[in-house]
Write a protein that binds this ligand. Structure first.
Ligand code: ZN
Length: 417
């Protein structure tokens, strides 16, 4: 099946960096931009130059050094913003000006205090002005999903005529549902003339935890550029997580036959670099890049993983460049998993010795959440240096009567679903 290309527009350095606690210095932004280049994103949105001289400098340095992806930067529909944006991307091989204005009545009245006609005029002026500086102009209708549909279509038609080549329809406040957003993109593309000559783009926020689902739905509606960030960082609850989107395409290519130019093995290194530079940890259960994403504690799961990884894994940690530490030892772990980890640490245990070590570890695990390698080393050393007492520890499950129970004990307890 021929796969259609979906462009990955990374806004980690703009929308992501805008979030509280995530600000980066120009040199740090450059480091991350190099990693995004290695990751294979098509467009790097490097900053919002009018926001600060440091941001303008960061965009310009990235534009001067990173040659393969297009380098974009953000500008409101104001002359000063657009001039600063043009200056910032001037050294780029492929520079893009991304200009935006809100189109919802709520934003026009409460925030911008302008009429719809003034909004339309500002949008067209901005796109025309940007086109004097670069052929690659993206226009965003901020709060598009809460805008009056007819007015939004007028704006989109006018900015296409003025020369915009990418039309972004953001779900700025994360309000949409997937089926709604799919229809929204399809309806705009159907209603407005010449939409086949531009690329439609989705920019979703995760306020209801629907950003990735909404982005996938927008693609079904005809979007061919997706805006996303590493680790899903961004304003409030964040943006669409790049790693989740990319792996959804990869794991479920049967349902979503789209090509993205991402080197998935660079996903984890990108996540790690961002975490290191910002000092903001990723939640442990975060899909794809969280510490627990490829780990298993429940004994039944661990037993399955040791026999065949596909029992509880739909993708491999190696596929995204992450280390694979599948067996988290805790009170739900079984003896197989304990034996395996001990062996990896250089202790071959069986029989009575294994039973004794297992019991001692489970006693510790009752008090604590996770057993560390240090716990294991300490317990094994303790058991091995103990004076022989002449008494073998008794395994209550080693009796024939307990054979049925034994199988369960081997694989441990914990939930199986
Ligand atoms: Zn945003």
């Amino acid at each position: 099946m021929a796969q259609e290309q979906v462009l990955i527009f990374d806004t980690t350095l703009r929308d992501g960096e805008q979030a509280p606690g995530f600000s980066l210095r120009p040199a740090e932004k450059l480091l991350l931009a190099r990693q995004l280049d290695a990751l294979g994103v098509d467009i790097i949105e490097a900053g919002f130059p009018i926001a600060s001289p440091a941001d303008a400098e960061a965009v310009r340095r990235i534009a001067a050094e990173i040659r393969r992806p297009a380098i974009a930067c953000l500008a409101r529909c104001h002359r000063a913003d657009l001039e600063k944006a043009a200056w910032s991307i001037q050294p780029a091989e492929k520079g893009r000006i991304h200009t935006f204005i809100a189109t919802s009545d709520l934003h026009l009245q409460a925030k911008l205090r302008i009429s719809r006609e003034q909004c339309l005029e500002a949008a067209v002026d901005a796109v025309r002005f940007a086109r004097h500086h670069t052929f690659d102009v993206e226009f965003s209708a901020e709060d598009a999903t809460r805008s009056d549909f007819d007015f939004l279509c007028r704006v989109v038609e006018a900015v296409i005529k003025a020369g915009a080549s990418t039309i972004n329809l953001p779900d700025t406040v994360g309000y949409s549902t997937p089926d709604e957003l799919r229809d929204f993109f399809a309806r705009v593309r159907e209603r407005v003339p010449n939409t086949d000559k531009v690329v439609f783009s989705a920019h979703c926020h995760d306020d209801l935890g629907l950003a990735v689902a909404n982005t996938l739905a927008a693609i079904q509606g005809g979007a061919r550029q997706v805006e996303c960030t590493v680790n899903g960082i961004g304003e409030r609850a964040g943006n669409t997580a790049l790693e989740e989107l990319v792996m959804a395409f990869r794991v479920r290519a049967d349902r979503m036959p789209y090509h993205v130019g991402i080197d998935a093995k660079q996903i984890y290194p990108s996540s790690e670099l961002l975490t290191r530079l910002t000092g903001q940890p990723v939640q442990v259960n975060k899909a794809i890049v969280g510490r627990n994403a490829f780990s298993h504690e429940a004994g039944i799961h661990q037993d399955g993983i040791l026999k065949d990884r596909r029992t509880y894994e739909i993708m491999r940690a190696e596929d995204v460049g992450a280390p694979w530490n599948p067996l988290i030892l805790g009170k739900h772990s079984g003896r197989h998993a304990v034996q395996r980890r001990c062996s990896e640490l250089g202790f071959e245990l069986e029989g009575a010795e294994l039973v004794e070590v297992y019991r001692a570890l489970m006693a510790i695990a009752d008090d604590r959440k996770i057993l560390t390698d240090n716990d294991i080393v300490a317990v094994v050393s303790g058991v091995r240096t103990k004076q022989p007492t002449g008494q073998e520890p008794i395994d209550p499950f080693d009796t024939p009567a307990a054979a049925g129970h034994h199988a369960l004990h081997e694989s441990g307890y914990g939930h199986g679903v």
